[in-house]
Ligand binder design. Structure first.
Ligand code: NAP
Length: 521
């Protein structure tokens, strides 16, 4: 029997009482560890986090909590090799792809530690200036932000067990809100290990960070007014979460990050250099983490006259992608996370092929050191529509997210059609634009800003410095409207808003003057 991972609840490591669910190596098919949450006293777990963890965190200032994040970061920096080994075994990712998750998570934590120090020795934040409420200037209103007196429950997706933990937990803990995380079962090991390292090092107050691995059963029933719920995953599960009775009854604040049909757009009249930048970015986005990124490019919009050239250039890059066991140094793209995901990708491809043609066939890639009958490896596939009219008609391409190394090329006739096609994604996390003309790109970016959380603009002058279409930087907003879930995460200090309650304090200016600098909790 493999090890049964323990859960951290009520300030103690506790294993579930059931046999557990096995986590497997998606390349070798072997069992790695097991997770189980059967029999945990969830009511006690939530109460402990809320009461013990919350009180301890709120007693600290923002700067003290930022130092605490810094200490957690130091602990984990010493364990990076162990995290990479877990990622290779459990996520089947090559080193560079593991880095996106592990180092991306640590970088995000470090960013919040740094900007948190700047908030200083205070226990609340101010929002805007005081404003007069009537003729008499003595009586005014000032808005303040105080940490929510609840617990933040995170239900995360399988594709970012490290980054998904810290991009949420860093702003929550900095805000003074305790966290309970339930990682996706398939890759829960890395999340559990990181939490274990930080808890065992004693750098966080008791109750401020809990982890529950295994079934989500009963978790949402524990939610109370002032608790917060942040979900990342599929649109179907998001629907269940939003409508859960505890969420609706208690007006629990919910953040949802769901699926997204992100676009890359080569603008009309773009130079060969700009086209080359799009080609590189699409090929990279399709293959990083085998396309299992919520921000990955799924739809590639190119002027009809350039469609063939772009298709050939992307296909030539994809053809060089070596696929298979990430332990083999020659492999550039590892596995999907599970056989279930492999089947979902194959089914999704079959669906899209009803309307699109195959321009580069992933099945032409031989697998290196991996057995096609047991591993979850699959080569990258580029699909394409034959012309601009077909791009209009292909409703499946605008409606179905294949969560793997798959993208579709869509020829368009003019800017208006391109905008219309991009908006048919019904709200996305990110769109990237490629051109040389600053004014045109600025106009196009504004056109897309109301349907996207982020617009990534790539012109030749930033070819070397641009941070990548799919890379989520903590300084910028992450999330998107509509189909993407309607959530907002990161964006520097904006992330703290979710974990604070805003209140207007109406009083004499004599009272309001005492609000800044901060009072204690
Ligand atoms: P999923 O099946 O919806 O699972 C997500 C999480 O929800 C897992 O922790 C899962 O636990 C849990 N869960 C499942 N059923 C639940 C229920 N009835 N109540 C409460 N929790 C429940 O999604 P996934 O397949 O893991 O993730 C892939 C999707 O996530 C893709 O569509 C992708 O686009 C999206 N995604 C979005 C972002 C973003 O930031 N926008 C980031 C990453 C991924 P178990 O694992 O135990 O079932």
């Amino acid at each position: 029997m493999t090890e049964l991972l323990a859960n951290q609840v009520c300030g103690r490591w506790q294993t579930g009482s059931g046999p557990g669910t096995a986590l497997t190596d998606p390349v070798l098919g072997s069992e790695l560890v097991r997770v189980d949450a059967t029999g945990l006293d969830l009511a006690a777990a939530f109460a402990y986090a809320r009461d013990t963890g919350g009180a301890a965190l709120r007693a600290l200032s923002y700067a003290q909590r930022a130092s605490m994040l810094e200490a957690a970061l130091k602990v984990m920096q010493g364990q990076r090799d162990a995290y990479y080994a877990i990622a290779t075994a459990n996520s089947g990712t090559v080193k560079n792809d593991s880095a996106v998750d592990i180092d991306g998570g640590l970088f995000t934590l470090g960013h919040y530690a740094k900007i948190g120090l700047g908030l200083g020795d205070r226990h609340h934040l101010l929002d805007g200036e005081a404003v007069r409420l009537g003729k008499d200037p003595l009586f005014q209103s000032r808005h303040v932000l105080r940490p929510s007196r609840g617990v933040a429950l995170f239900i995360n997706a399988f594709n970012f067990p490290a980054w998904g933990l810290w991009e949420k937990a860093a702003p929550a803990l900095l805000s003074g809100v305790p966290v309970i995380i339930k990682p996706a079962t398939a890759t829960a090991w890395l999340t559990q290990r990181m939490v274990k390292d930080v808890i065992d090092a004693g750098v966080l107050p008791a109750g401020s960070l809990s982890v529950i691995c295994g079934s989500s059963a009963g978790l949402l029933d524990q939610l109370q007014p002032f608790d917060l719920l942040s979900f990342t995953g599929s649109a179907e599960t998001a629907e269940l979460i939003r409508s859960h009775p505890a969420v609706t009854r208690h007006s629990v604040r919910v953040n949802i990050e769901a699926d997204s049909l992100n676009s890359a757009w080569l603008l009309p009249g773009a130079s060969a250099e700009a086209m080359d930048l799009l080609v590189k970015e699409v090929a990279r986005e399709m293959t990083v983490k085998s396309g299992q990124k919520c921000t990955a490019i799924r739809r590639v919009l190119v002027p009809q006259s350039q469609a063939d050239a772009v298709a050939q250039a992307i296909s030539a890059r994809l053809a060089k992608t070596t696929v298979g066991n990430p332990r083999n140094e020659s492999v550039r793209m590892g596995a999907l996370v599970s056989r279930a995901q492999l089947n979902a990708v194959r089914e999704g491809l079959d669906l899209l092929k009803q309307q699109a043609q195959v321009l580069h066939d992933g099945s032409s890639h031989p697998l290196i050191d991996a057995d096609a009958s047991t591993s979850c490896c699959i080569g990258p596939t580029l699909l394409g529509l034959k012309d601009a009219s077909a791009s209009d008609a292909a409703h499946l391409v605008h409606g179905h997210e294949v969560f793997g190394p798959v993208a579709t090329l869509l020829p368009y006739r003019d800017e208006a059609q391109a905008l219309d096609l991009i908006r048919r994604g019904q709200g996305s996390l990110v769109a990237s634009l490629y051109s040389d003309d600053g004014a045109t790109m600025a106009r196009a970016a504004l056109e897309l800003a109301d349907s996207h959380g982020r617009v990534h603009v790539v012109s030749p002058d930033v070819a070397a410095s641009q941070t990548g279409h799919g890379n989520v930087m903590p300084q910028s907003l992450h999330g998107g409207p509509g189909r993407a879930g309607g959530g907002e995460e990161l964006g520097g200090l904006r992330a703290l808003n979710f974990y604070h309650r805003r209140a207007a304090i109406q009083a004499s200016t004599v009272v309001l003057e005492h609000l800044a600098p901060a009072t204690s909790a």
